[in-house]
Ligand binder design. Sequence first.
Ligand SMILES: [Zn+2]
Length: 88
Amino acid sequence: MSKIVALKPTPTKRRLTFQCCYCGGAIEEGESRRHPLDPCAVVLIGNWTASDPEQPSQQFFCHMECFRSRLNEPRDLDIDTMVPGDQA
Ligand SMILES: [Zn+2]
């Protein structure tokens, strides 16, 4: 009878990676990122005019520049006045 041996997972230094919902590319962090605010997330809220329980939402990741380049009015994106989410 053979003995079943469970392999212990080895610790790795893998980092969580994000994929941009616009270009499909990886969103780098740290020194190699394209923009100081990368990775970014865009939150889509459905039924915006409905009450909270009727508003489904989903989060998408993106590069800041991919998001900015797709805005109809890129000047509407005012990065200098953005505040952390819990202070908005
Ligand atoms: Zn992108």
